[in-house]
Design a protein around this ligand. Structure first.
Ligand code: DCS
Length: 478
C-alpha cells in the first residue's frame, strides 16, 4: 500500500513541534514576500549574527583540510596552538573527519568530556559512560527510545517545556505526564506537585518511569537551586525514576545568586544511598552557551548508575546510526577543553566568550524590562538559557476575535504581532500552558543594538492591540 496521509504512523501525525510550526511557516512566507523578519523563534545564535569563536573554527578548519598542515605557510595563517590541537584531534580519529568513529564517539574526546565533568563537579567521571551525539536532541531521543515500551509508560515533563520532549514521547507512543512549574514563584518546581502528578498518572494505569528537568529552563529561563535539585533527586530515588537532566544551557547564566550546579554534582554530594542508586542521564551540547554552534550538531550524554547490560544495549541502539558527526565531536572536545591561560589563543578566546556572555546578560535584562513595561504583559526575569517567556493577559475581546478566526488565542496574538512588526515568536501553547493562561516565547538573541527598536515596536503593537480589544468589549478581564 502506498504511503498516504491516512496510512501514516499515527504517532507521527500526533507529534507537534511548535518551534517550527504555524508561526515559523507564516514568517518564512512573509520573508519570501520581502518583509523584514526578526526570527526569534529558535535559539539559533549564529542565524542572528553571533560570530563564531575563532579558535575552534581554526582547529576544525585544519582538521577538515589536513593538507594545510603540510603547507609551509600554515604558521602564517593559524596560531601554533590551533595547529597542535588539529594534529591532536586528527590523531584521535581513524582516518580523519571522513571516517566513521565508534558509535559512542571518539574515545579520546569522550575522555576529554569526562575530565571536564570531573573538573566541573569534583567527582570522577567514566568515559565509558559518556556517549557523543549529533546535538543533545539525538541523545534525548535515544534514551527515551530505551525507556518507553508503550503507552502505559509515562515520562514526567515540566509544563511549560521544550517540545523535543512532548514530540519524542508522542513519536515513541509513550505518555507525557505533566508537572506544572509555578510562574508566580519564578517558575519554581514544587515537589508536592510532582507527587500529585505521579499519583494521578498511576491512578490511570500509567507506570511513571522517568522525569525530565531542564536547567536552566527552556522556555522559562529559571535556574534551579541546589536545594530544589536535592528534593528532585530524593523524589526520583523514592519513586525509582530515571532523571533526565537537560543541562544544555549550563553556560547561559545571567544572575549571580544561583550559579549553575549540575544534577550529577548534587547527586554525588548527597552520598549513599542516593549517589549509588539514582539513575541519571545528563545532556549537553555545543549549540548553546557562548558557542551557539547549532549547525555543527555536537552533543553528549553521561549516564550514572546504569547497569553495564543497559549501557551495552544503549550502545547497540547508538550503533544503528554508525557514528555521530566527527567534526561535531571535535567541537565538543574543544568546548570541554578550551584554550588555557598561557596558551597563544587564550586571550582572544576569553575576550570573545566574555563579550558574548556579557551581551546576553544585558539583552536578558533589556527584554524583561521591555516586556514588563507593556500593557497586560508580565514577565519573569530570564535567569538563564536564551529565552524570554512573558505572560500576555488577553482581554475577552481578543479571545472572542481569536475564536472567530479559528485560532488558539496566543497563536492569534503572535500572528498579529508577526504581521504588524515582523517579530516571529512561538505561542506559549507550543510549550504547554495552564488552562486560560497565555504566553509567547522569544529568544534574547537579536543583536544588542537592535534590541531597543525591537522592544519599542513590540510595545507599540501590544499596547494598541490591548486598547483595541479592551474597547471592543468595553471592559478588561484585568
Ligand atoms: N534541550 C533543550 C532544552 C533545548 O532548548 C534544545 C534546543 C535542545 C535540547 C537540543 O539542542 P541540540 O540538539 O542543538 O543540542 N533548543 C531549541 C529551541 O528551543 N530553540 O532552538 C532550538
Amino acid at each position: 500500500m502506498a504511503l498516504e496521509y491516512e496510512s501514516l504512523n499515527e504517532n507521527v501525525k500526533k507529534c507537534q513541534y511548535a518551534v517550527r510550526g504555524e508561526l515559523y511557516l507564516r514568517a518564512s512566507e512573509l520573508q519570501k514576500e520581502g518583509k523584514k523578519i526578526i526570527f526569534t523563534n529558535v535559539g539559533n545564535p549564529h542565524a542572528l549574527g553571533q560570530k563564531p569563536l575563532t579558535f575552534p573554527r581554526q582547529v576544525v578548519a585544519l582538521c577538515q583540510a589536513p593538507f594545510l598542515l603540510h603547507d609551509p605557510n600554515v604558521g602564517m595563517i593559524f596560531p601554533a596552538d590551533a595547529i597542535a590541537r588539529a594534529k591532536h584531534y586528527l590523531s584521535l580519529t581513524s582516518g580523519g573527519l571522513g571516517a566513521y568513529s565508534d558509535s559512542r564517539g571518539l574515545p579520546g574526546v569522550r575522555k576529554e568530556v569526562a575530565e571536564f565533568i570531573q573538573r566541573r563537579d569534583g567527582y570522577p567521571s567514566d568515559p565509558e559512560l559518556i556517549f557523543l551525539t549529533d546535538g543533545a536532541s539525538k541523545g534525548v531521543m535515544q534514551i527515551l527510545n530505551c525507556v518507553i515500551r508503550g503507552e502505559r509508560d509515562g515520562i514526567l515533563v515540566p509544563v511549560p517545556q521544550y517540545p523535543l520532549y512532548s514530540a519524542t514521547i508522542s513519536l515513541l507512543g509513550g505518555s507525557l505526564v505533566p508537572y506544572y512549574l509555578d510562574e508566580s514563584e519564578n517558575w519554581g518546581l514544587d515537589v508536592n506537585n510532582l507527587r500529585q502528578s505521579v499519583a494521578q498518572a498511576r491512578s490511570q494505569g500509567i507506570s511513571v518511569r522517568a522525569m525530565v528537568i531542564i536547567n536552566p529552563g527552556n522556555p522559562t529561563g529559571q535556574c534551579l537551586s541546589e536545594a530544589n535539585l536535592r528534593e528532585i533527586l530524593r523524589f526520583c530515588h523514592s519513586e525509582k525514576l530515571v532523571l533526565l537532566g537537560d543541562e544544555v544551557y549550563q553556560q547561559n547564566i545571567y544572575q549571580d545568586e544561583r550559579p549553575f550546579i549540575s544534577s550529577k554534582k548534587v547527586l554525588m554530594d548527597m552520598g549513599s544511598p542516593f549517589s549509588k542508586e539514582v539513575q541519571l542521564v545528563s545532556f549537553h551540547t555545543v549549540s548553546k552557551g557562548y558557542w551557539g554552534e547549532c549547525g555543527q550538531r555536537g552533543g553528549y550524554f553521561e549516564m550514572t548508575n546504569f547497569p553495564p547490560r543497559v549501557v551495552e544495549e544503549i550502545y547497540k541502539v547508538a550503533s544503528i546510526a554508525l557514528s555521530p558527526n566527527v567534526s561535531a565531536q571535535i567541537f565538543m572536545g574543544l568546548m570541554v577543553s578550551p584554550p588555557k591561560p598561557g596558551d597563544i589563543s587564550y586571550d582572544q578566546f576569553a575576550r570573545e566568550s566574555k563579550g558574548i556572555l556579557e551581551s546576553l546578560r544585558r539583552r536578558a535584562k533589556i527584554m524583561t524590562d521591555g516586556f514588563n513595561s507593556c500593557k497586560n504583559v508580565v514577565c519573569n526575569f530570564t535567569e538563564g538559557a536564551m529565552y524570554s517567556f512573558p505572560q500576555i493577559k488577553l482581554p475577552p475581546g481578543a479571545l472572542q476575535a481569536a475564536k472567530q478566526a479559528g485560532k488558539v488565542p496566543d497563536v492569534f496574538y503572535c500572528l498579529k504581532l508577526l504581521e504588524a512588526t515582523g517579530i516571529s515568536t512561538v505561542p506559549g501553547s507550543g510549550f504547554g500552558q495552564k488552562e486560560g493562561v497565555f504566553h509567547l516565547r522569544t529568544t534574547i538573541l537579536p543583536a544588542e543594538e537592535e534590541m531597543p527598536e525591537i522592544m519599542d515596536s513590540f510595545k507599540k503593537f501590544n499596547d494598541e492591540f490591548m486598547t483595541q480589544y479592551e474597547n471592543s468589549f468595553g471592559y478588561s478581564r484585568m
